[in-house]
Design a protein around this ligand. Structure first.
Ligand SMILES: Cc1cc2nc3c(=O)[nH]c(=O)nc-3n(C[C@H](O)[C@H](O)[C@H](O)COP(=O)(O)O)c2cc1C
Length: 313
């Protein structure tokens, strides 16, 4: 049975990747899972300079999910290239490096610093972090700025460019289309939804930053709707992210049009989740007589007008 896919020169043995920021730099989970059984790993966002992130508390549990305001804490591109990347070479799965910046020049600097390093299969460009004051969501919330980041990076790399989009907009498909027009090879979505939680006894917000990003099973229906909208609007591959815990969650994303998926928050509970999802998807295909998993991509029973056959209008 076929489970692999390609996006340009990026070749993945199955359609399950780990989501940025939820799997460290890729190696932290190695003792608890089988990295080589993943379609790929996406590193946490790497920025030009090291970042300590936001002060604690920067995590809060919510019904069916969690809020975070980590704020892109990371070691910075130099330490990433020196200490992390060498360990990622030869882990037996695709390595996608996620880049963030507070200006377009910073995205360029990180990409150019790493472009000729061995062991990077593709880039994911984070223009959608809600937890930083400058940059992040600022670039992802508007068509023009999303296009500008993509336009600036496209001529500087031959590797596939995956632009990671925010759900905190009215029409994500328009932003995806703007990135596709500028040469993005794929888009991934969703990043977290802006949310907050309050401690009623202390009357304080639960996060030091007041608001943060919501993720986990609670966001899955929103993510599915955004992926569905996007996949119908663009012809480049869409990678679905948001609340995936089981193989059936991932299959839902494929049916609405995702070429592949990323598993995020649920890896905190069990770092082997992404591998179980990949195995469960294979089992489902075998059960259903599906020979190539790509048969499921966009196979939702909805016609071109959005009507559902068999449902009475
Ligand atoms: C603690 C935490 C840290 C995250 N850090 C990043 C990050 O550095 N870069 C990024 O692009 N997304 C980051 N994300 C967003 C996830 O990659 C993912 O898009 C989002 O959580 C939705 O997927 P999920 O519901 O499966 O977690 C982070 C999410 C969480 C929960």
């Amino acid at each position: 049975m076929k489970t692999d896919f390609r996006i340009g020169s990026l070749s993945c043995k199955n359609r399950v990747l780990t989501a940025s920021g939820t799997f460290g730099y890729g190696l932290e989970a190695a003792p608890y899972t089988t990295l080589a059984a993943l379609g790929g790993i996406v590193t946490k966002s790497v920025t030009k300079f090291p970042r300590a992130g936001n002060p604690p508390p920067r995590i809060a549990e919510t019904t069916g999910g969690m809020l975070n305001s980590i704020g892109l804490a990371n070691v910075g591109v130099e330490a990433f290239a020196r200490d992390k990347l060498p360990l990622l070479r030869g882990i037996g799965t695709a390595v996608i490096v996620n880049i963030a910046g507070s200006s377009i020049d910073e995205y360029i600097d990180v990409l150019e610093r790493l472009e000729h390093e061995q062991g990077i299969d593709a880039w994911e460009i984070n223009i959608s972090c809600p937890n930083v004051r400058e940059g992040g969501l600022h670039f992802g919330a508007k068509r023009e700025t999303a296009a500008a980041v993509t336009r600036a990076l496209r001529p500087r790399t031959r590797k596939p460019l995956i632009v990671k989009l925010t759900p905190n907009v009215t029409q994500v498909a328009e932003i995806a289309a703007a990135c596709a027009d500028e040469g993005a090879d794929a888009v991934s979505l969703i990043n977290t939804l802006v949310g907050m939680a309050v401690d009623v006894r202390t009357r304080r917000p639960r996060l030091s930053t007041v608001t943060g990003g919501l993720s986990g099973p609670a966001v899955k229906p929103v993510a599915l709707a955004k992926v569905y909208e996007t996949a119908r609007a663009v012809s480049i591959p869409v990678i679905g992210i948001g609340g995936i815990v089981t193989a059936m969650d991932a299959i839902e994303f494929l049916l609405v049009g995702a070429t592949a998926v990323q598993v995020g928050t649920s890896s905190f509970r069990d770092p082997d989740t992404a591998v179980s999802v990949a195995r469960g998807m294979e089992e489902f295909c075998r059960e259903q007589g599906v020979e190539d998993i790509k048969e499921l991509v966009g196979a939702l029973r909805v016609d071109d007008t959005g009507a559902v056959p068999g449902f009475i209008a």
